[in-house]
Design a protein around this ligand. Structure first.
Ligand SMILES: NC(=O)C1=CN([C@@H]2O[C@H](COP(=O)(O)OP(=O)(O)OC[C@H]3O[C@@H](n4cnc5c(N)ncnc54)[C@H](OP(=O)(O)O)[C@@H]3O)[C@@H](O)[C@H]2O)C=CC1
Ligand SMILES: O=C(CO)COP(=O)(O)O
Length: 336
């Protein structure tokens, strides 16, 4: 039995707390939001973000962040990406040398273009920082549907410790040393999922969706490999796996926000309607900036940015994607 601190009580933090408590660990959940902690203490259920998922009585809830950090064997950081730096700053004074922090949010910081694990390493130099992601909607993890994820860390023993702590018969954890590839896959797929949602909202069909997923992973792979990630990671669970689930699932916040925009809502109206964090909106500009920095062609990412920030209609972006210059599917294949 390990002591685990869960920093963040949104849908993902709550679903993972259930996995950990079901595995017999002692979990202390922190949220900055006083009313959220009161609701969790009273009902042992997040009535707004993960209704129907009852949490074991063993879980403790607190608004005192030190209680979810001091003497914990593992800390899971599950706040949305825009709060990662501010939360890491708040955590820093309580983290002991070598304490493991696992980042489970998905995003890239817009101003610095840093990944979330890099931000945590910068703000909390004492910590051993790792990541965990993959195709995993909180709604399905919360009710114990079989799910696979990957624990990523620079050192094998760190990844294997995370694997041991989380793994059970319905939550299978693989390991990987490619932290960068995992984080790029996990955050950039949200931007493609917005496009997939827009296609749904416009009434397009399965052909369009398959095209977006396939050409989307091609864009992500081009950028990630140029930045030093392994191609294999992008064709694994944290790349194509997470892209497929987010583009297809009725649970996806990014797909839903995209769908509402495809049906005519503005970005602000769509995010208000979804009520939970829509990470692709925050990652879209960062993805475009990275594409420019690394000189990689990312036409779908560019198109999503035009819909989000330049008021272009999703239908006109699709038309311009379809009518781009003619080209071969694979740039590296040679003709006879
Ligand atoms: N949900 C999912 O299925 C999955 C989510 N993820 C990732 O996990 C991360 C968290 O997502 P998710 O749990 O879904 O988000 P939610 O929208 O469900 O919850 C966000 C949480 O952040 C809280 N919050 C608000 N303000 C702050 C602040 N200033 N500092 C810290 N926390 C704050 C919110 O409180 P409140 O809103 O009550 O004010 C809420 O508890 C995202 O990066 C997401 O991509 C990854 C895999 C699966
Ligand atoms: O990352 C996720 C599933 O793996 C969650 O995606 P959404 O944020 O689009 O719901």
């Amino acid at each position: 039995m390990y002591k685990i601190g869960m920093i963040g009580a949104g849908s993902w933090g709550i679903a993972l707390s259930k996995v950990l408590a079901d595995n017999g660990h002692h979990v202390v959940v922190w949220s900055i939001v006083e009313e959220e902690i009161q609701m969790l203490r009273e009902h042992h259920e997040h009535l707004d973000k993960l209704p129907g998922v009852k949490l074991p009585d063993s879980i403790e809830f607190t608004t005192d962040i030190s209680q979810a950090i001091r003497e914990m064997d593992l800390i899971v950081l599950a706040v949305p990406s825009v709060f990662t730096r501010s939360t890491a700053k708040r955590m820093a004074e309580y983290v002991a040398k070598g304490q493991i922090i696992v980042c489970v949010a998905k995003g890239i910081e817009e101003d610095t273009l840093m990944t979330l694990s890099d931000i945590v390493e910068q703000e909390i130099p004492a910590a051993t920082v790792a990541v965990m992601c993959g195709p995993s909607h909180a709604e399905e993890v919360g009710i114990g549907l079989p799910t696979t994820v990957v624990a990523g860390a620079h050192k094998r023993e760190t990844a294997e410790k995370i694997q041991d702590i989380f793994m059970n018969s319905v939550f299978r954890v693989y390991t990987s040393p490619d932290v960068l590839g995992m984080e790029l896959g996990g955050s950039l797929k949200n931007v493609i999922a917005l496009a997939a949602g827009m296609a749904d909202g416009l009434g397009y069909g399965d052909n369009t969706k398959a095209a977006l997923i396939t050409r989307g992973i091609a864009e992500l792979t081009r950028l990630a490999t140029k930045m030093g990630a392994c191609e294999e990671t992008l064709s694994g669970l944290t790349g194509i796996g997470d892209l497929i689930v987010t583009c297809q699932s009725r649970h996806s916040r990014n797909r839903k926000a995209g769908m509402l925009m495809g049906q005519g809502m503005t970005m602000e109206e769509a995010t208000k309607e979804v009520k939970m964090v829509v990470e692709g909106i925050y990652s879209a500009k960062a993805a475009l900036a990275l594409a420019k920095k690394y000189q990689v062609s990312m036409p779908i990412i560019e198109g999503v940015n035009r819909v989000l920030f330049e008021n272009e209609k999703a239908s006109s972006v699709v038309e311009s994607l379809m009518m781009r210059d003619k080209k071969s599917e694979h740039s590296t294949l040679e003709w006879e």
